[in-house]
Each structure stands twice: as C-alpha cells, then as structure tokens.
Design a protein around this ligand. Structure first.
Ligand code: NAG
Ligand code: NAG
Ligand code: NAG
Ligand code: NAG
Ligand code: NAG
Ligand code: NAG
Length: 794
C-alpha cells in the first residue's frame, strides 16, 4: 500500500506477480480487454422528462449507445445483452460508471449531456499517545476543553473511505453510554459474508461496500476478498479507531506503547465505506463510497489513499470531494508517503484538507552492537524471547548473499527468494531499504534461514527510520549507522552483532519532526495553493487491528494482536478527521473551509525545544513545503479568533484564474461560469496560507498583491494587529495594519503587497523563501505562512 510505508508495493514487484508475460487469455480476450471502466460525468439538468429518474436515463443511454457502437464496429465478441451500470452517482458526483469499448466511450463523449468520460484509475492506500501529544487530554488522562466542550464529538459521523472495518473490535464497542446517531443520519449496515446486518451499533452507525469496479479491474484475481464491509486488511480498522475509536484500556502491542488507547473523537460515530480490495482501490468504487457517505449524512470524510496528481477536471475523486464540500462535509486526505523528495504531494485540491505526517515524542529505540563494541541506535520492536541481548550472531550483507547472478540486482533489498540459504542460515542479514515492502524483506530473510535483520537506509531516506513488527527480530537504522555497519562487515570477515531492544521511550526531543516519508510540496498541480496544509501524528501510531490479520498484513504472518503500530500519512489523516469532528460538534455552523482555517492558523511551526520544526531526514530546519502551516494544535483550533472562509464562488473564481476552460469548470463544479467576469489572481483564493509565484524576467522588481478576507468567529468586539515575518529577500507590506471586528460573522479585507528584486536563476529553475503574517488581538494568534517562489521560465 503505497500510502502506508509499511506496505509499499513497488512497481517491479507488482508486475512480477500480477502480469505474466504470456497472457492466459486468447485473442478473443484481447478484444474484451480493450473495454475498460469509464466514469461518466453527466449534466443531470438535461434529463428528458420522460425518464422518471437518472438511473433509467443513464441505462437507456447505455443501451442505445451499445447498439450503435455495435453497428460501427461490426464486432462479434460483444454480447448484446442488457448493458449494466456499475455504479450510479447521485450526490457528490453526478453520473455513472460502466464498462465501455473505446468506440462507445468516444460516442458518449459527443452526447450533449455528457461532461466528461474518464477512464477508471487505481489508487493506493497511503494511538495511545497521540491524543496526549495533541493536548486533547492532560497527562493524568483528564479531557481538556475541546473534548469537554464537544462531549467528545458525540452526534457527529465520520465516514472512512478505506478497507472496511472489524466491527467486533473493542474500540468499536457500544459501551451503553453513546447517544443514538443524529436524526439526519441515513446510513445503512449492509450485510455480507462474516458481516451480519446486526454488526452495527451506536458507535459503528454505518457499513457499506463497493466493489464492481474492482471486480472488473481485477480480471479474475479477486478470489480471496471478503465481499462485505469486513476489514480483511487492517488499514481501515486502524484509521477508523484513530479517528473515533472508543476508549480501550490496557491496549498495547507486543508490550510496547501500553496504556489507554482512544480515538481522537471517542464519542463520535463511525461509518465504514469499503472501497479498497486486495489489489487496490479504484476511482469508480471510491467515488461510489464518497457519494454514499454524503447522501447518508456524514459530517466528515476521511480518505487515506491516493495516486499521482492529474488536472482537476480529470480527477473524479477531486470532483466528488468538491461535491461533498458543497454539501457541507469536511474532507481530510493523506498527503502521500513519497517523501522526502520535492513535489511529491498528492490530493492537492484546494477544497480538501491535505495532511502530512509528523513524528511524535515517542520512539522505540533498539541498539545494534557490533563485535568491536560500537553501539549504533536504530528502532525496532521485538516481542519474543530476547536471545539477542546476550548472544551475538554472524552478520552478512544481503548484496553478498544473492542466490545467483540472476537475483544480484534485487538481493541487496532482500526481495522474495533472492537470498542464498547457504550464505544466510543462522545469520543476521543487512538489507537495503527500498524496492521491496519492508515486511517482505523480513519474510525473505526468515525463509532463507536468517535469524535477524537490519533494514538499512540509503542516501535518500537518510535518518528517517520506521520501526516495523517484522516476522523476525529486526532493527531499522539510518544512513550514517548503515554506512558504519557496512564498513564493519567489509573489514571483518567474522563480523558478529547483537541487538538490544529498549522499552518505549517518551517525551523525546525534539518533537514533533517532519517524518521522512511524508510527501512534500510544492504542489505540482496548483503551485499557488500550499500543500500539505498541516502535519499530524503519522509515525508509529498504535490503533486497533482486526482479528485474523497478521501484524505485517502478510498472509504467511500468523501473529495476531488487538492493536498494531503502523506508520504513514494514512495514519496522520484520521487524526485530522477526528479533530474536525470535534470542531464540527463545537461549531455546528462552521463550513469545511472554516474548520480547515482554524486548524491551519493555529498550527505551530516550532517544536518542544522551541526551535523551528526539524526534518527527520537530515536533521535540518524544515519548511512549509513539508509541514504546510505546521503541526495541528486542536485545543487552540477550538477558538481561532478569525477564519478565512471559502464558498463555492471562491473556488469557481480560482478555477477561472487557473485558465480552466468553461467546459472543464462545468465538469468540476457542475455549473456554468463566465470567467470573463472574474478577475482574481491564483493566489487570491481566500486560503489560510499564501503562496506567490513570481516569474523571473530579469528586468526591474517583481510584485504581487494578495487579497484576503478574515471573518471573526468570536462574539466580542476585537482589534487585531498584523505582525509580518518577511521571507528572505522579500518586502511584505500589509494594508491596513489593524482590523477591527464588531463581533461574530463580521468580515474585514486586507492586502499584502509582496515585492522583490530580480533573482538570477538558471532557466527552468525555481527557489522559494518562507515568511508569515500573523494577526493578533492579544488573545488569539492567527498565523498564515507566506511562500514566495521565483521561477525562471525554460
Ligand atoms: C434515506 O434513505 C432512503 C433509502 O435509501 C431514501 O429512500 C430516503 O429518501 C433517504 N432519506 C433522506 C432524508 O435522505
Ligand atoms: C489492566 O491490566 C492489569 C494487569 O493485567 C489489570 O490489573 C488491570 O485491572 C487492567 N485494567 C483494566 C482497566 O482492564
Ligand atoms: C561484499 O563482497 C565483496 C567481495 O567479496 C567485498 O569486497 C565487500 O566488502 C562485501 N561487502 C560487504 C558490505 O560485506
Ligand atoms: C536539508 O538538507 C538537505 C540535504 O542537505 C537539503 O536537500 C534540504 O533542502 C535541506 N532542507 C531545507 C529546508 O533547507
Ligand atoms: C492564465 O493565462 C494567462 C494569459 O495567458 C497567463 O498570464 C496566466 O499566467 C495563466 N495562469 C495560470 C495560473 O497558468
Ligand atoms: C460573460 O461576461 C461578459 C462580461 O460581463 C459578457 O460580455 C459576456 O457576454 C458573457 N459571456 C457569456 C457566455 O455569458
């Protein structure tokens, strides 16, 4: 699962298993395989009145289409039976999905009511201590004001669009004290194998599953799935319990991280929409899940999955999340685990809240002791008997233990079946990180007879290390330790090592840090919107795990536990979903943009040592491309003072400023827009962060004028003054310097004049500097980061 670094499936591995060079399907099948799933966006306002509902209309359009496409193609392969709609989308998205031949897709494109015909795409999936770290509870477990003010999020429904849920886990128990779901809730508990309709309760108020897109795309490979909302993977149970799991005392994992496990909004309701299956999650099913969640009345949708960015008018998930936001639903998404490289961030639409991962103040240290006495510290869990503390074992480099020259390229990464048992038996193996999912490395070493493993970072991952529950004792080490261990192996043919696993370490400094794997900006799709928006806990998060699923998620892993510790922006996203549910419970009238604004403007960019947030990868100061506005601070978000609100009109104006055509805007927003009446610049979207891009011309000064409108959310009269931190080499002037609000709902505008001298950059290059504008009335601090990028055109 690319979005959880524990389960990353690299492409070559994927291909090796799922595509054989000679297709078992015959010639005939080659024709069928030209048929694909398409998602069709439709203008429902053009529905002829003879059709009583859109479903009849779509269905009939499809029948007519397939007979006329038949006459064009004169193909014998197509069965002339009734064509089926895979899914009908009615709420967040308007349209349907169906299996079409390329000719049919082309014909449909020319239909006057059709806005877009887009191919289906796959996406990948991307806490005892985190509520304490977030300041939601005090050290003696007493709730602070946000939890108290919101009755722990009761009467708010969080929808998880994910791998389903394990309903009998104690994190989802109805403890008898929960209120019934809100009267507006219209979800259902759809039964299926191992999931009776009675699986739902007052905690789990809805459970549904969407698989038609997957069945077609998997082409017969869908055998081992459970076609019900039951989570047979683990990811969905983990994310759901992070957002809103009930209090579970005495939770721990292999004896680590013991304590009371609780979701962020422990009294909020959960609804599970299972859209991810054994080989991935397909857009056609994902938008069916989002559509259903909105129709059912969810308040928050949590989406911990993603893929590479495409323009918004071609991104059906982005389009349906705009539909959700239009219905007042807050949508949080994971930023992706493709860091630390630049411009790797996914889920970048300005109407969703994009969440990167931070490392909290808890670590799981483990030492590697070399035969020469050198002690190097990494991270790891070990639950079994601790023979490694006293006994040392011979150490071998995986790249020197390749089974044959055929595996030489993949053996350093401990790919399945690449290691020679004769070289590995009874030894600890040092495997390079990357290329193969980390749990698979452990399995490969164990199968070859190895007794332990070191997962060694390369120069890209540097010092960002992730502990995993490997199938054998294992320690993950950073690049500098890995270089020392490799030098030791090379120098000493009789190299031996010991491991020492330590207890859970808390109150680590500095914290938080930006997690190495967390995807980074700038946002390739729309560089004038800073993404990710915020970071939240995403490294080594303890949360519920389904019975019957191995700790590493691998089928061969027979180890079971009630809780599991995993990492990823997938884990960060539901923290924000939970906090958004609390804010929604406290402020029923806030829009999704107002909730996001309060999270962003109160986020902090300094750590528990008082220094600027550090990047775990290199240990240097990080910046807004990695953490956006900063790390969330839920208690402060309850009373932000001011918010930067956004309406559908604002998003439309922004789309115009991006030169999207009127047809594309209609596809995205399902309405006609006359862009010539809108004159805003792309950085004028009333966003809580500010990103200005200046095209270098080498003549004279560069200038941008940024407009913002702040709205008071406090009853009392207030007077705010601005404090500017200028980015290096940039002059920023704010007008006016003082904003006065009479009370709740009142708006005031201001402008920021951003100017710089020319900067000499090679063609095609860019450079960014960061600053901020902070409004304060003495009680509230409303901070917006400012990113200024100079870009030299090619
Ligand atoms: C609730 O769902 C049912 C069945 O799907 C539907 O008939 C009804 O109109 C829905 N009610 C609301 C208030 O949306
Ligand atoms: C937690 O476990 C300990 C030791 O097993 C036990 O004494 C205690 O009662 C348990 N607490 C709860 C709340 O279950
Ligand atoms: C791998 O084997 C080569 C050749 O024997 C040796 O030079 C090298 O040091 C070994 N590498 C490690 C990391 O052990
Ligand atoms: C931190 O250091 C790395 C490696 O030198 C560098 O690539 C990165 O840009 C630095 N980060 C920042 C924010 O300067
Ligand atoms: C939109 O087009 C105008 C005119 O060609 C250009 O100046 C502007 O930079 C474009 N905007 C974006 C965001 O690409
Ligand atoms: C868009 O607005 C402009 C300016 O108001 C007007 O001249 C033009 O006719 C409008 N275009 C359409 C298609 O309505």
């Amino acid at each position: 699962m690319a979005f959880s670094p524990s389960f990353h499936l690299p492409l070559f591995f994927f291909l090796a298993f799922f595509l054989s060079p000679s297709s078992p399907l015959g010639d005939d099948a080659a024709g069928i395989s030209a048929s694909k799933i398409y998602i069709i966006g439709v203008r429902n306002d053009l529905k002829p009145s003879v059709f009583s509902n859109v479903e009849h209309w779509y269905s009939s359009t499809l029948q007519v289409l397939s007979s006329s496409a038949d006459s064009h193609e004169s193909s014998s392969r197509r069965t002339r039976g009734k064509r089926k709609l895979l899914h009908v989308y009615r709420t967040a998205f308007h349209g349907f999905s169906a299996v079409l031949s390329p000719a049919e897709a082309e014909l449909l494109r020319s239909h006057p009511a059709v806005l877009a015909v887009l191919p289906d795409r796959p996406r990948q999936l991307h806490t005892t201590r985190s509520p304490l770290f977030l300041g939601l509870v005090s050290a003696d477990s007493r709730p602070n004001s946000l939890l108290a003010a919101t009755d722990f999020g009761s009467s708010v429904v969080i929808a998880l669009v994910d791998t389903g849920i394990r309903p009998d886990h104690r994190s989802f128990a109805d403890d008898g004290g929960l209120p019934p779901p809100p009267s507006s809730w219209n979800g259902s508990c759809d039964p299926g194998p191992s999931f009776p309709a009675t699986s739902c309760n007052r905690k789990l108020v809805g459970a549904r599953f969407f698989y038609d897109g997957y069945i077609f795309n998997a082409r017969g490979g869908a055998g081992s799935d459970v076609f019900s909302p039951l989570d047979s993977h683990g990811h969905g149970t983990h994310t759901a319990s992070t957002a809103a799991g009930g209090a579970a005392p005495n939770a721990s994992f292999l004896g680590y991280a013991t304590g009371l496990a609780s979701g962020i909004a422990p009294r909020a309701s959960i609804a599970a929409y299972k859209v991810c299956w054994a080989t991935g999650c397909y857009d056609s099913d994902i938008i069916a899940g989002i559509d259903a969640a909105v129709a059912d009345g969810a308040d928050v949708i949590s989406i911990s999955l993603g893929s590479g960015v495409v323009p918004l008018h071609r991104d059906t998930v982005a389009i349906s999340t705009l539909g959700a936001v239009e219905h007042g639903v807050f949508v949080s998404t994971s930023a992706g685990n493709a860091g630390p490289g630049e411009s790797t961030v996914a889920n970048v639409a300005p109407w969703v809240t994009t969440v990167g991962a931070g490392a909290i103040d808890r670590r799981f240290p483990a030492d590697v002791v070399l035969g020469d006495g050198t002690v190097l510290t990494g991270v790891g869990f070990h639950g079994g008997k601790h023979v490694f503390k006293t006994s040392s074992f011979p150490l071998v480099y995986a790249g020197n233990a390749s089974f044959s020259s055929f595996e030489a390229a993949v053996a350093p990464f401990c790919a399945p079946w690449s290691l020679d048992p004769a070289a590995v038996r009874g030894k600890v193996v040092l495997c390079e990180r990357g290329e193969v999912p980390r749990p698979e490395k452990g399995l490969a070493v164990k199968k070859a007879g190895g007794v332990g493993m070191i997962v060694a970072n390369g120069p890209t991952d540097r010092e960002g290390i992730i502990p995993d529950a490997h199938v054998l004792p294992a320690v993950s080490v950073g690049y500098s330790a890995s270089s020392k261990i490799k030098a030791y192996i090379s120098a000493d043919r009789a190299a031996r090592i010991r491991f020492i696993f330590h207890k859970t370490q808390v109150e680590v400094k500095p914290a938080p840090m930006v997690a190495e794997f967390s995807s980074r900006g700038p946002n390739l799709q729309s560089p004038h919107v800073m993404k990710p928006d915020v970071i939240a806990p995403g490294l080594s998060i303890l949360a519920a795990w389904p019975d019957g699923v191995g700790l590493t998620g691998m089928k061969t892993d027979r180890r079971r536990a009630e809780f599991n510790i995993i990492s990823g922006t997938s884990m960060a996203c539901p923290h924000v979903s939970g906090v958004a549910a609390l804010l929604k419970a406290a402020h029923r009238d806030w829009s999704p943009a107002a909730i996001r604004s309060s999270l962003m403007t109160t986020a902090y960019a300094t750590d528990n040592m008082g220094q600027d947030l550090v990047d775990e990868t290199w240990g240097n100061t990080s910046n807004g491309w990695a953490f956006g506005s900063g790390h969330i601070d839920p208690e402060k978000a309850l009373h932000p003072g001011l918010v930067y609100d956004l309406t559908m009109d604002d998003y439309l104006e922004w789309l115009c400023s991006y030169n999207y055509s009127s047809k594309d805007i209609r596809t995205i927003a399902r309405r006609d827009v006359n862009c010539s009446e809108k004159a805003g610049k792309p950085w004028d979207l009333n966003y809580p962060s500010i990103a200005v891009v200046l095209e270098q011309s080498n003549v004279g000064n560069l200038e941008a004028v940024v407009h913002r409108t702040a709205m008071s959310v406090e009853k009392e009269r207030s007077e705010y003054t601005a404090n500017i931190k200028e980015p290096k080499g940039v002059k920023v002037v704010v007008e006016p310097e003082k904003l006065v609000f009479d009370g709740k709902g009142q708006k005031q505008e201001f402008v920021l004049k951003v100017s710089t001298g020319p900067v000499n950059l090679p063609a095609g290059n860019s450079r960014s500097e960061f600053g901020s504008v902070t409004w304060s009335d003495g009680k509230h601090t409303v901070r917006s980061p400012i990113a200024v990028t100079w870009r030299q055109p090619d």
